[in-house]
Design a protein around this ligand. Sequence first.
Ligand code: SF4
Length: 192
Amino acid sequence: MKDFDQLMQAIRKCRYCKDDFNHEFHPVVWGHQNAKIMQIGQAPSYKVNQSLVPFSDLSGKRLLQWYQISQETFYNQDIFYLTSLAHCYPGKAASGGDRRPPKCCYQKWLHQEMQLVNNEIYIIIGSYSAKLFFPDKKLSDLVFENQKTNDKLAIVLPHPSPLNMRWFKANPEFENRLVEIRKIIAFYCNCN
Ligand code: SF4
């Protein structure tokens, strides 16, 4: 087991998937060991692969609207630890969307991050992430109730990508669930 700083260095230097990726890639991870909220997304987008700032894209814009917090709060590394199943942009799929996050990254890094970061709650984003933590449940069932992972409160969210319109149309009650989620996030951000 590495200590937290060693783990961060190892993730940032990782080239494990170099034979699978046809593009320049940079592992992205953001946050301090004592961050209160560990947010686990799916994989960085093309834009994030360039900025190296998690969710600095259209998905991030929508996420901040959902949370109703400022960029300053979201990128405060003592509040949010921002990671994902895969730490590198996986490239484009033939369908036009991004390729699935490679599973090896979760096995190699995410479980170590979950052991070393002292977060109080998890926010798990997207259907691939939800499947990993709750393989027997449907995303739509997970989103509307508080869950538990690693003995901690876990909130599951649909992916905020503009490509996910079908899910939002099929689940209009998500707007009500967001009201509860905002209260939980505000509590951990000390916003109220
Ligand atoms: S996706 Fe994960 S395992 Fe693959 S190179 Fe990036 S950090 Fe390493």
